[in-house]
Design a protein around this ligand. Structure first.
Ligand SMILES: NC(=O)c1ccc[n+]([C@@H]2O[C@H](COP(=O)([O-])OP(=O)(O)OC[C@H]3O[C@@H](n4cnc5c(N)ncnc54)[C@H](O)[C@@H]3O)[C@@H](O)[C@H]2O)c1
Length: 362
C-alpha cells in the first residue's frame, strides 16, 4: 500500500476534483497528508466548491494546514516546477482538463492546449523532479470516451483500442498516450483510469443532469439531443473518487483501470427518472414538467452508446460501487436544492453568455 503525503491535485476546483478533495480530507481511509490544489479557475472552476475545506483545512488551520490553493495554469512550466519544489510533491492526481464535448466542437484549441500540452508539462516536470524516486506516483484521470462508440452490445475493456470521435475525446486520448509513454519510456511511476459519466454535487450546470435539475426547478425547457436514445453508463462521483484513491494506493504502476457504474441509461429515460425525483421533492406536477421536454438537433458525431467493463478493478483491487442510481440522484437533487448560492454564482457572467450564444435563451 503506497503512503501518499504531498498530493498535487490539478483541477481541484472543478466537479470531480472538488469532490475528491472533500473525500480525502473528510477522512478517506489512510490519508493523513496534505493537498495542494492547482487550478486556473476557468469558467468550470469554482472556489465556492471548496469554501468549507478552505475554512477547515486552509490557512486558518495554522500549522495544521492540510489544504493549499495555488491559482495557475498547468501549461505554465516555471509555475508548475515552483509548485513541485515549494511543496515537495510526491503524488500527482491529474483532473484538470477542458471537459465539455460541446465546447470542444465550438472551440477545440483550448482542449489541445490544456489536455495535451498541460498534461505533457505535468508529466515532464514530474519526470525531472522525481528522477528515480520509487515512492512517487502520477495518477492520470481519463474518460471512457477515448474508446469511441458502441453498438447495442459489448463493453469497453482496458484492451479496447482507442477510437476517439470528438476533439474532447481526441485530446484526452492524446494525453493518455503521453502518460503511458512516460511510464514505458522513462519509468515514471504512473497509473491511469478511464471512467464513465459521473454525476453528483458540484457539477457545472452545462452537463445533462445538473442542467436538467435546474431547468426543471425553473420551469424551463428540457433539451434532449436527437431521439434521446443515446446511452451512457452513470457512476456516482464519490464511487469514482473511491476507485481513484484505491488505484492510487494499490494499483500497479504502468497499468490502467476502467471505472464504471454498470448502470446504463438512455438519456430520455434518465430524464423521466430525474423529473420524477425533482417533482416529488419540489412539489411539482411531473406530467406538466414532462411536457417541457424538447428534442433538439443532435450533437455532430454524437457517440451512441458507452458502457464500461470494470471487472479488473473489482477483481484485482476489490473496489465496487456503493451508491445506487436512485440514491445517488436523490442526493444530487438535494445538494442542488440546498446550495442556491453556488448555483447562482456559476450561472452568472461568462457561462450565461456562452450558453445564450450557443443554445439561445432557454
Ligand atoms: N465529468 C465526467 O463525467 C468525467 C468522466 C470521466 C472522466 N472525466 C475526467 O475527469 C477530469 C475532471 O472532470 P470534471 O468533470 O471535474 O471537469 P470540470 O470541467 O468540472 O473541471 C475542470 C477543472 O480544471 C480546471 N482547469 C481547466 N483548464 C486548466 C488549466 N489549463 N490549468 C489549470 N486548471 C485548469 C478548471 O478550472 C476546473 O476547475 C477531466 O480530466 C475529465 O476528462 C470526467
Amino acid at each position: 500500500m503506497r503512503i501518499l503525503k504531498n498530493i498535487l491535485v490539478t483541477g481541484g476546483s472543478g466537479f470531480i476534483g472538488s469532490n475528491f478533495i472533500h473525500f480525502l480530507l473528510n477522512g478517506a481511509d489512510g490519508f493523513e497528508g496534505r493537498i495542494i490544489n492547482v487550478d486556473a479557475l476557468t469558467y468550470a472552476g469554482n472556489p465556492l466548491s471548496l469554501a468549507d475545506i478552505e475554512e477547515q483545512f486552509g490557512t486558518a488551520a495554522g500549522t495544521a494546514q492540510r489544504y493549499c490553493f495555488e491559482h495557475g495554469n498547468i501549461c505554465d512550466r516555471p509555475f508548475i516546477e515552483g509548485i513541485f519544489k515549494k511543496y515537495d510533491i510526491d503524488t500527482v492526481v491529474h483532473f484538470a482538463a477542458e471537459s465539455h464535448v460541446d465546447r470542444s466542437i465550438h472551440g477545440p484549441e483550448a482542449f489541445v492546449k490544456t489536455n495535451v500540452m498541460g498534461t505533457f508539462t505535468l508529466l515532464d516536470t514530474a519526470r525531472d523532479f522525481w528522477q528515480s524516486e520509487k515512492d512517487a506516483l502520477f495518477h492520470h484521470i481519463s474518460t471512457d470516451e477515448v474508446y469511441g462508440s458502441l453498438g447495442d452490445t459489448g463493453r469497453f475493456t482496458e484492451e479496447t483500442p482507442y477510437d476517439p470521435r470528438s476533439p474532447y475525446s481526441a485530446s484526452k486520448a492524446a494525453s493518455d498516450h503521453l502518460a503511458m509513454a512516460y511510464s514505458h519510456t522513462y519509468g515514471l511511476p504512473l497509473t491511469l483510469s478511464n471512467c464513465s459519466n459521473n454525476y453528483g454535487p458540484r457539477q457545472f450546470p452545462e452537463k445533462l443532469i445538473p442542467l436538467s435539475i435546474l431547468n426543471i426547478l425553473e420551469g424551463k425547457e428540457l433539451p434532449v439531443y436527437g431521439d434521446g436514445k443515446n446511452i451512457r453508463d452513470w457512476v456516482y462521483v464519490e464511487d469514482h473518487n473511491r476507485a481513484v484513491w484505491t488505484v492510487m494506493r494499490q494499483g500497479k504502476a504502468g497499468e490502467k483501470y476502467n471505472i464504471g457504474g454498470e448502470n446504463e441509461w438512455e438519456n430520455i429515460r434518465l430524464l423521466y427518472a430525474l423529473i420524477g425525483i425533482v417533482s416529488r421533492k419540489a412539489g411539482l406536477d411531473a406530467e406538466k414538467v414532462r411536457a417541457s421536454i424538447a428534442f433538439v438537433k443532435d450533437r455532430p458525431g454524437h457517440d451512441r452508446r458507452y458502457a464500461i467493463d470494470c471487472s479488473k478493478i473489482k477483481k484485482e483491487l476489490a473496489w465496487k460501487q456503493e451508491v445506487n442510481f436512485e440514491e445517488g440522484l436523490s442526493r444530487t437533487v438535494d445538494w442542488y436544492l440546498s446550495n442556491s448560492g453556488w448555483v447562482n454564482s456559476v450561472r452568472s457572467g461568462e457561462y450565461r453568455r456562452w450558453m445564450e450564444q450557443n443554445y439561445g435563451r432557454r
